[in-house]
Design a protein around this ligand. Structure first.
Ligand SMILES: [Zn+2]
Length: 246
């Protein structure tokens, strides 16, 4: 299906057609009404979502002083998250990660795509050439069976037509859950936890890195350090939720 990391046009059109069919038969996960634009989400419930507003921060959450203060020493250059870590996103993330509801990854990808499209016409001056996702260590991948960030990135790549390389980054060190750990401890645990699949890999100047939730930014920062060592100049960190450390 993929040729040089890119879906062929025929496959792309088929996948987009299937997406429209899926929406037609989909009912809203929150209220049960028919869906119009997104799978699992009707127009009324979409209007009720607490999505971040980007116009006042020039398309970058790092321009929001409270967020910039909470995420010091960023190695990524732009931060785009759909929403704070609140219901219904919390419920959807749990269902995706622990109940294997993969259709939620498609909903996230479509919401991210619409957000990205509206920002890219006004604020994104450096068009990205590649999408990457935060990888799981093979042990965690084996126990879970999938990587939720990969599912979101793959669907987002189809919608944006920006190539996605699923294998580019490898997580070489297994860390236990980082939930509840301070930024300092997370940074220590994650030091040298990632490597590139091949030193021969040629990375473009602008990359989008996708994760499901950004908390301290430590994981993304470790990956961004590695990417910048290998020639990447501008990294947009794109995630579904932002859950700032308390
Ligand atoms: Zn609804």
């Amino acid at each position: 299906m993929k040729k040089n990391g890119l879906l062929t046009n025929k496959c792309l059109h088929l996948l987009l057609f299937l997406k429209d069919i899926k929406i037609f038969f989909s009912s809203c996960d929150l209220c049960g009404q028919p869906c119009q634009t997104y799978p699992l989400l009707c127009g009324y419930c979409y209007q009720d979502l607490s999505l971040f507003m980007f116009n006042s921060v020039q398309g970058d959450l790092l321009n929001w002083p409270a967020i910039d203060r909470a995420l010091p020493k960023n190695v990524f250059d732009r931060l785009i998250c759909l929403a704070p870590y609140l219901w219904p996103f919390t419920q959807w993330l749990i269902q995706l990660k622990y109940n294997g509801r993969f259709e939620i990854a498609e909903l996230f990808a479509q919401l991210l795509h619409d957000c990205w499209r509206s920002l890219s016409t006004t604020f994104i001056t450096e068009p990205p050439q590649l999408i990457l996702a935060v990888p799981l260590h093979v042990k965690k991948w084996q126990s879970r069976g999938f990587n939720q960030a990969h599912l979101i990135a793959d669907a987002f790549s189809i919608l944006t037509k920006i190539p996605y390389q699923a294998q580019a980054i490898i997580r070489t060190i297994h860390t236990d859950s980082q939930v509840g750990q301070s930024g300092r401890i997370r940074r220590k645990n994650l030091r040298n936890a990632f490597s590139l699949h091949s030193n021969q890999l040629v990375l473009p100047e602008h990359v989008i890195l996708i994760d499901d939730v950004v908390t301290t930014g430590s994981t993304a920062n470790e990956i961004c350090k590695l990417l910048k060592k290998h020639g990447v100049k501008h990294i947009t960190l794109l995630s579904v939720c932002l859950s700032l450390p308390k």
